[in-house]
Design a binder for this molecule. Structure first.
Ligand code: T1G
Length: 690
């Protein structure tokens, strides 16, 4: 075994030159790894004993892509293109031995090899689109030559990690080797290639599939049309498609030039900067400065849930999906039966439903009508009606019933968890686990740290979130926590703007064009305007009262803020327009024309300001946590980085000046946070607070 450098070894094994990379955590293509590959190839080619070459990685995965932390930095070490040319141009067959995830530049290295083998648990993908990029090392030209243009576009615009078995079927992998025996399997495969004198298969020369697509531009038009909704607002998917078009219509080297040009454009753009920021922000969010990673973790092998309604049922599915048995408690049999039936229906209706799997998951679920059934649970999550008195009553009972050491969690979306904890003798075991509806789908989990919550309970819940496939963000106790508190700032302005002359559909259009999936008024029509509305107490004091009294309760009644046709397509409503006008005049004001810019600034700047207040109060650990909350729970477009990142992008001076202008005109609701003032005063950004 010869050390090429600190992350690469070379060894001759059974007539094969084996290059082993070992650069934790994910063997990313740092300059060291690139140098190691270049050095290893040179050694293997010079080694007369080596009839073939195998590239294999130690650790949990094959190369998981270019080293994203190096982006934007000075180029060091061997270039990836040179490494690939050395591999593809090798006179000896080169085999990539894949385990874990061969992603991005990692798969592109494997595609420069003549053959690829993998263990069955491996997955391959080109997820650069998730970073606002495209595969910039030949992947856009080589992948279509193996899997065809359609499949290549699907893989490159979804970023999906394709299981090894499917890779084999698509020809992306040449052979599956025994799980746990990758190295030996790859060496044996390499020797087989030599013995059978198989050709040095250069992917760049495999033109059948791309030539077959030449003269069929409909392939691309149809793909664009079919995915227009999914790609809305993003630049990268279209750029990926253009590269595949180049692979079909241009010779390989020309296609490479197109790829490099389009890659450069994306790399220098703000969308990719925002999406790369989001990548690291998600991983940062998992780290709690005063709760070391090795803090004790409480085993969670049995979970109890109180309330089998929409939230309770969705929450239960997360644990059942992760193999954790769940007991769900309801007060009445029919409510329990309804809850269990909904969970089963959700499984049966899911796109990936497999009856055996549905049964396996349902077998982990037990229904009960008595809280005592939760006595031996490791974690209990309360998802009952959002009233503090009811929650305190439940926690008083849980405190008496649950075993010592059990974690008592509430799914409240904004009530005071310290007050809830105060009714128990174990406030250190009380924490907020705020799931988002539908809880079995939404990735975000706001974990709410109360005054006495122990570090063990926090660390346990942060780790558990990962186990159930959630992105956890730790926040402090304050009304609405982080997500809903900032939503309140936006909603308050949206409601004020319609009282000044803006139409609901104007506000929705501006926020939709900004990149939100839906504006607040369309959202409330979808949810129903009558949530929390009491007919008996309604007296036309608010516009919502008037709309509900007119039975305009949203999509379900065919009218709300908007009018809806039989297919529930929304259109601006002259009825709502008149109601608004009359309301404004009755209040003694005159409706005025409001520009799109003012709408955007009035809705988004207070969100940035509220985020600054949250940071001041220590209710969020870092600005990027707030962005992770909004991107994964509230539809903030990831290519705009989240409210805090976006505030920096717009310029905090501009945000502050506008807030002050609005404050002057409309009062202290726009009072800038001291942190915002301080950062502007020091010429700093939120990102400097990391
Ligand atoms: N570069 C640098 N660091 C990386 C990294 C990468 N590509 N991938 C992961 N890390 C770090 C991550 O920040 C974390 O660090 C640790 O590794 C574990 O990650 C030319 C331009 C591989 C599926 O997009 O999807 O190639 O927080 O917590 O859940 O065409 O990481 O511990 O300090 O996510 O087990 C394309 C990105 C790059 C794959 C593992 N590749 N990575 O998931 O662990 S662009 C990607 C992932 C490219 C070329 C282009 C996942 C994973 P820390 P983790 P995990």
């Amino acid at each position: 075994m010869t050390a090429i450098n600190e992350v690469t070894d070379y060894a001759l094994e059974d007539g094969v030159g084996v290059i082993t990379l070992n650069s934790p955590p994910v063997n990313a293509l740092s300059f060291n790894v690139r140098d190691g590959l270049a050095g290893g190839m040179a050694m293997a080619l010079a080694d007369e004993g080596a009839k073939a070459v195998v590239i294999v990685c130690e650790g949990r995965t094959f190369i998981a892509g270019a080293d994203i932390t190096e982006f934007g930095g000075a180029q060091r070490g061997a270039s990836l293109y040179d490494v690939q040319d050395a591999i593809e141009g090798s006179a000896k067959p080169v085999v990539a031995a894949i385990h874990g995830t061969a992603l991005g530049g990692g798969l592109e290295v494997a595609l420069a090899c003549h053959y690829r083998v993998a263990v069955p648990s491996a997955r391959c993908g080109l997820p650069e689109v998730n970073l606002g990029l495209l595969p910039g090392a030949g992947g856009t030209q080589r992948l279509p030559r193996i899997v065809g243009p359609e499949k290549a576009m699907e893989m490159m615009t979804s970023g999906q990690h394709v299981p090894a078995k499917s890779c084999l079927e698509m020809g992306l992998v040449d052979e599956l080797v025994e799980e746990g025996d990758l190295r030996a399997g790859a060496i044996a495969f390499a020797n087989k290639i030599v013995v059978e004198q198989r050709p040095l298969k250069k992917v760049r020369e495999l033109n059948d599939k791309v030539e077959a697509a030449r003269g069929h531009p409909e392939i691309f038009e149809n793909f664009r049309k079919a995915n227009a909704r999914r790609f809305r607002g993003f630049l990268a998917p279209e750029y990926n498609i253009r590269c595949v078009e180049a692979a079909v219509n241009e010779p390989f080297e020309e296609g490479l030039k197109t790829e490099r040009k389009l890659f450069g454009e994306l790399m220098s753009g703000s969308q990719s900067a925002a999406q790369r920021y989001a990548f690291f922000a998600e991983r940062q969010a998992a780290k709690v400065p005063d709760v070391p990673d090795d803090t004790a973790v409480i085993p969670v092998n049995k979970v109890g849930i109180i309330g089998a309604g929409t939230m309770g049922g969705g929450i239960a599915m997360n644990f059942m999906n992760a193999g954790i048995p769940v007991t769900i408690v309801e007060v009445q049999q029919d409510a329990l039966d309804r809850g269990l039936a909904t969970i089963r229906r959700n499984y049966e209706r899911s796109r990936t439903a497999v009856p055996a799997e549905t049964e396996a998951r349902m077998s982990r679920l037990t229904g009960a009508l008595d809280l005592s059934a939760l006595a031996d649970c490791d974690l209990v999550i309360e998802a009952v009606f959002e009233r503090i008195d009811i929650k305190k009553e439940v926690f008083t009972k849980l405190d008496a019933i649950c075993k010592p050491g059990a974690i008592l969690a509430t799914n409240t979306s904004g009530l005071n968890i310290d007050e809830i904890a105060s009714v128990t003798k174990r406030p250190d075991a009380v924490i907020g686990l705020h799931f988002f509806s539908p809880a079995n789908v939404m990735k975000l989990l706001e974990i709410v740290r109360a005054d006495h919550t122990s570090k063990e309970v926090i660390n346990t819940c942060m780790k558990l979130a990962r186990r159930i496939g959630k992105i956890a963000v730790l926040v402090g106790v304050c009304p609405g926590f982080v997500g809903n508190r900032i939503l309140g700032a936006r909603q308050r302005e949206a409601n004020k703007l319609i009282m000044e002359g803006a139409m609901p559909w104007d506000i929705d259009r501006v926020l939709y064009d900004f990149g939100f999936p839906m504006g607040p008024f369309a959202m409330s029509d979808l949810a129903g305007l009558d949530i929390g509305w009491v007919k008996e107490r309604s007296n036309g004091e608010t516009i919502r009262d008037v709309l509900c009294e007119m039975d305009r309760r949203g999509q379900k009644t065919g009218a709300g803020w908007y009018d809806y046709d039989e297919n529930r397509n929304a259109k601006p409503s002259p009825v709502t327009e008149k109601i608004l006008h009359d309301f404004i005049v009755k209040s003694g004001a005159n409706p005025r024309a409001i520009s799109d810019d003012e709408i955007l600034e009035r809705c988004l700047y207070p969100m940035v300001n509220e985020g600054a207040k949250i940071l001041e109060e220590g209710k969020a650990i870092r600005p990027s946590d707030i962005d992770v909350v909004w991107e994964n729970g509230y539809g903030w477009p990831v290519y705009e980085g989240g409210p805090m990142w976006w505030g920096d992008k717009v310029g905090l001076t501009k945000v502050l000046d506008k807030m002050k202008e609005f404050q002057g005109a409309m009062g202290d609701a726009f009072k800038p946070s001291p942190l915002l003032e301080k950062l502007v005063g020091e010429g700093k950004k939120f990102q400097d607070l990391r």
